[in-house]
Design a protein around this ligand. Structure first.
Ligand code: FAD
Ligand code: SF4
Length: 511
């Protein structure tokens, strides 16, 4: 008898493992405390994972596969990956152990160490999900002897390799990147299309988590759970995205709108990160829809989306596998301030943060620009300890799995890797937030005010951040304009900004 492990983010029904039924294969799935407890997760994240696993397991059984599913409250569940596997091997007379390569370093190490101590055969398989293998991106840059691993070069290579949006060797639309068209603010009277929400009663599962003392954060409407938790629902969300969001996706990709929690974003990250959907089928669906509707959908909407998936998503994974485990330790800017409590309770007068954090607590979701230019921007300007920032992002978002969360947070958002991912820190004053949305219009603070009563904290914190790390920015060409702008301000204005930042940081919990 062979034992095959299926992890909670390996819900890929199209994997070659499942194409044939074999009598001598036992599949194993487990709801584990080790997975719910390594960080405090959002309740919707735990529910979404467990429910998707349960629905996936029912599909396998329906298709005639043998499966052992250990629920969280199963008496035989020892709540630890290794202990359970060792027990099942003993109980079922297993002679070979097989697993798909996990996406997290932590689990990879655990499984390697398990296998080293097994006295039966073992084998690992590819998860058959990504466009690239674990080390393909690293090899690409090392072969080119590139000093800076620029996402854009990797992305162009991927476009050519996969022949996506290409006319022969040239990019369709004569441009590789339509980023400049992807920066529009939502016009005043524009009504954003309502997102597609699912409606599942998950009261029993929520009760089970309570009974099992699983510690969670955030809120849930347990009678109407809104996230897709099966392949069918994920495909429905993909179809909805193509028909209703894609036509405006690129335009409003970076925009922020009061009380609109997902704007025109796909919300497909959970379905993809659990592998219910493959990135290839997502790209294929988008390109097929576009081909049929080219008169209505501009290439700039489509290229922006393709870039996120074959570019950023694969790139982040490549960085993760190239740089782990050292990546855990990066804190280049030496930041050590505690994460303010309002990240956990949403209680802040800063409207941009209030909106972004409260919707994260309500839905376990924020779109990219909220993560990068609101919460991430604030944490970086305020000098928060990167490990604490990571714990927050890893816990709160439905799609947060370390291989994608860590490079995005530690690298792209907090610049803690000293520029491996981002060529300059993603920071801004209130100007950018005001330019890209309408949060500032509803804020206690005034976005145009830099010092004094009611001045927007982003303004003084921004200049304080530039000042604190000035030597570092002087050697970064992309920061030279900021440095010049700071240095040419008169000493009194500079001091007023630094004093304002100091008093805001002292009172950070009350902002
Ligand atoms: P859309 O805007 O519709 O984009 C489509 C898809 O592109 C996404 O589903 C995602 O798969 C991919 N994508 C877009 N940007 C990125 C990116 N920077 N890195 C990787 N994939 C990307 N994404 C996660 O999946 N898990 C995380 O834990 C995560 N943590 C993040 C933390 C920070 C600080 C930041 C700045 C970004 C993080 N991202 C993370 C990336 C991105 O914000 C999310 O993928 C996106 O918001 C998910 O929503 P969506 O599916 O509606 O995305
Ligand atoms: Fe955010 Fe400042 Fe704008 Fe308020 S004024 S929403 S704190 S950027």
């Amino acid at each position: 008898m062979k034992l095959r492990l299926i992890l909670g983010d390996q819900l890929n029904l199209n994997h070659s493992w499942f194409q044939n039924r074999e009598e001598d294969i036992l599949y194993l799935m487990m709801e584990l405390k080790q997975e719910t407890a390594y960080v405090n997760h959002h309740i919707q994240k735990v529910v979404a994972f467990f429910l998707s696993m349960r629905r996936f397991s029912q599909n396998l059984i329906k298709n005639g596969h043998k499966l052992l599913y250990l629920t969280s409250d199963d008496e035989t569940n020892q709540q630890d990956l290794k202990d359970n596997i060792n027990q099942v091997i003993k109980d079922y007379g297993i002679t070979k152990f097989e697993y798909q390569l996990p996406d997290e370093y932590r689990l990879d190490e655990q499984l390697k160490s398990l296998c080293e101590n097994l006295n039966i055969d073992h084998e690992s398989y590819d998860s058959e999900h990504f466009y690239t293998s674990r080390h393909e991106m690293k090899d690409f840059f090392e072969n080119k002897k590139s000093k800076q691993w620029l996402m854009e070069s990797f992305y162009r290579m991927m476009r050519k390799k996969e022949n996506l949006l290409m006319d022969g060797n040239q990019p369709q639309g004569s441009k590789w990147n339509f980023d400049h068209s992807n920066r529009k603010k939502i016009p005043k009277n524009h009504k954003v299309t309502a997102p597609l929400l699912f409606d599942q009663d998950v009261t029993e599962l929520v009760q089970l988590l309570k009974d099992e003392n699983v510690i969670t954060i955030g809120k849930i409407d347990d009678k109407h759970f809104l996230w897709p938790t099966s392949r069918e629902e994920s495909l429905e969300l993909l179809k909805f995205f193509c028909e209703h969001c894609l036509p405006l996706f690129g335009d409003f990709q970076d925009s922020m709108e009061q009380n609109e929690w997902s704007v025109y974003h796909s919300r497909l990250s959970f379905s993809m990160n659990t592998k219910m959907l493959s990135p290839k089928e997502v790209i294929e669906a988008v390109l097929t829809h576009w081909t049929k509707n080219k008169d209505q959908i501009d290439i700039s909407q489509v290229e922006g989306f393709v870039r996120q998936i074959i570019g950023w998503r694969e790139y982040m994974r490549g960085i993760y596998w190239a740089k782990m485990p050292d990546y855990y330790e990066h804190n280049k800017l030496n930041h050590h301030r505690k994460l303010p409590d309002f990240f956990w309770n949403g209680n802040t007068k800063m409207n941009c943060l209030n909106q972004s954090i409260n919707q994260s607590l309500d839905y376990a979701y924020a779109h990219h620009i909220q993560r990068l230019m609101v919460t991430g921007n604030f944490a970086l300007l305020a000098g928060i300890e990167p490990k604490e920032v990571d714990q927050w992002y890893l816990g709160i978002y439905i799609d947060a799995i370390e291989w994608v969360e860590l490079p995005n947070t530690r690298g792209m958002s907090q610049y803690a890797d000293g520029g491996i991912i981002a060529t300059k820190p993603y920071v801004s004053s209130a100007n950018y937030i005001n330019k890209m949305g309408n949060y500032c219009q509803n804020c206690h603070y005034q976005q145009s005010k830099k010092t004094g009563d009611g001045a927007c904290p982003f303004n003084s914190l921004f200049w304080n951040f530039i000042d604190q790390h000035l030597d570092q920015w002087k050697s970064n060409q992309r920061m030279s304009m900021m440095v010049r702008n700071w240095e040419k301000q008169n000493p009194q204005s500079k001091q007023a900004l630094l004093d304002q930042a100091k008093s805001y940081l002292e009172e950070i919990e009350n902002l």
